[in-house]
Design a protein around this ligand. Sequence first.
Ligand SMILES: [Zn+2]
Ligand SMILES: [Zn+2]
Length: 128
Amino acid sequence: MECLNRCGSMLEVFYNDVEIDVCPVCIGVWLDDTELAEIVRSPERSWPPGVVEHVLEVTGKMGIPSAEFDRELDCPQCSKILDPVNYQANSGIITNTCQNGHGVWLDHGELAKVQIYMEHWRKITRGA
Ligand SMILES: [Zn+2]
Ligand SMILES: [Zn+2]
């Protein structure tokens, strides 16, 4: 498939055993339908020192920056403009999601942020 940022062809790669599309130019990621949920559910992986702390510092914000509404990313399946969505409502990680449930676009680094955020949240709910 083509990159939603119009960089050219995306590559199919395996990430935590889930096949995803990654753009080699902008490092954006397209995840079909349930793929993000699968990745988030998959076992913990280790992150370089400092990365977790940095991500948690910048996450946990409500709302969506207005610039996100100016982006025109089309769903590769139905060509509708993707909606900016604050992942989990208040993570501060802005994903671009197809209203018809086809999938989600994540900019460079956002997939790792989602994983770190969800792992942190799981640890809190486990009381660990
Ligand atoms: Zn790209
Ligand atoms: Zn769609």
